[in-house]
Design a protein around this ligand. Structure first.
Ligand SMILES: [Zn+2]
Length: 94
């Protein structure tokens, strides 16, 4: 059932599923098994190769600014400052 046999491949994932999963694929949040399925499919599917290339280009375009995560130390100090300020204005009920 559902076996069109066009490519005769063992891929049990479809192009539209590839498109839906690419976001997670590039985020690296997919399980290895799913990644392998995607790579296997793309390997033998020209339209998907083109789609992946377009997707990569889009990601590159949206990531022109490098991400600079806030250092843990700074974050801790900021939080403590925020807490102490709030605490001085409205003392916590107990
Ligand atoms: Zn495909």
């Amino acid at each position: 059932m559902g076996d069109c046999g066009e490519r005769g491949g063992a891929s049990d994932i479809e192009c539209r599923e590839i498109a839906a999963l690419l976001g997670d694929y590039f985020d690296g949040t997919l399980p290895n098994h799913t990644r392998e399925l995607i790579e296997f499919h793309i390997d033998g599917c020209a339209p998907c190769v083109a789609f992946v290339n377009t997707y990569r280009g889009t990601i590159a375009a949206t990531r022109t600014l490098p991400e600079t995560p806030m250092p843990a130390e700074l974050r801790k100090r900021l939080l403590s400052v925020l807490r102490s300020e709030r605490g001085s204005q409205t003392p916590p009920r107990s």
